[in-house]
Ligand binder design. Structure first.
Ligand code: FPP
Length: 224
């Protein structure tokens, strides 16, 4: 049975779900947040130590302003109302991505990270304004500026996932098979599962089915 330390998820399909059932993409994001809460609980139940959720990519800024604003309001409401609960649950929150938001949101993110920084049960990484190509380019620039040797150990120091083990398992919901600029370096040896269901309809049971399949894969890491 494979150990499972880190699950990363591309939560795709909110917009389509919202459009189909509520005639509103934003309603899909709201429903997606319920799935986020369910999956966090199940991750703890499964004793998995790291969960990384792709909540907003560097490319998502190209969406209509109304949708972008809705997403950030949702995030703000979520953090304001849930950070105490996350803390009580012994969850450490970490933002990966460039924290270039409104002053108010930056402050809220920093406070939430600080408050939960010593927690040990689960590390919840929220990828916000995250893009893997930008992350890698910035890491290479740092190596060059600091005149450091280009090797894996040095490069990793400058990734936003510094001190986070690479994901063992990547799940993408929403019936789409692509990586969308997510953790391109870190996913080099991850097992990848593409799930047909849209994120708002993805259940604990669907999650556990994937985990079970993952546990039984023969992982070779290039060997035989
Ligand atoms: C992708 O679906 C989803 C997003 C860009 C946003 C993810 C946000 C949430 C799950 C809710 C908020 C989360 C937190 C942590 C506050 P899509 O909109 O691209 O779906 P589509 O492919 O059907 O258009």
């Amino acid at each position: 049975m494979n150990p499972l330390n880190h699950v990363a998820i591309i939560m795709d399909g909110n917009g389509r779900w919202g459009q189909k059932y509520k005639n509103s993409r934003n309603a899909g994001h709201k429903a997606g947040l319920n799935t986020v809460e369910k999956i966090i609980k199940e991750t703890i139940k499964q004793k998995i130590k790291f969960l990384t959720l792709y909540a907003f990519s560097t490319e998502n800024w190209k969406r209509p302003k109304k949708e972008v604003n809705y997403l950030f309001n949702l995030l703000e409401t979520f953090l304001t109302s849930k950070v105490d609960e996350l803390h009580k649950q012994n969850i450490k929150l970490k933002i990966i991505g460039l924290k270039k938001f409104s002053k108010r949101l930056n402050k809220l993110l920093n406070l939430s990270e600080k408050k939960t920084s010593k927690n040990k049960r689960l590390q919840l990484n929220l990828a916000l304004n995250y893009g893997s190509k930008t992350e890698l380019l910035n890491a290479f620039k740092s190596l060059k500026n600091n005149k450091e040797k280009i090797n894996e150990v040095n490069l990793k120091k400058y990734l936003q996932t510094k001190n986070i083990p690479d994901p063992d398992l990547l799940i993408r919901t929403g019936n789409t098979k692509r990586l969308s600029n997510f953790l391109l370096w870190q996913l080099a040896y991850s097992e990848i599962f593409f799930e047909k269901k849209l994120w708002p309809e993805f259940s604990e049971n669907d999650y556990n089915i994937i985990i079970k399949k993952y546990r039984n894969i023969k992982r070779n890491f290039g060997k035989i």
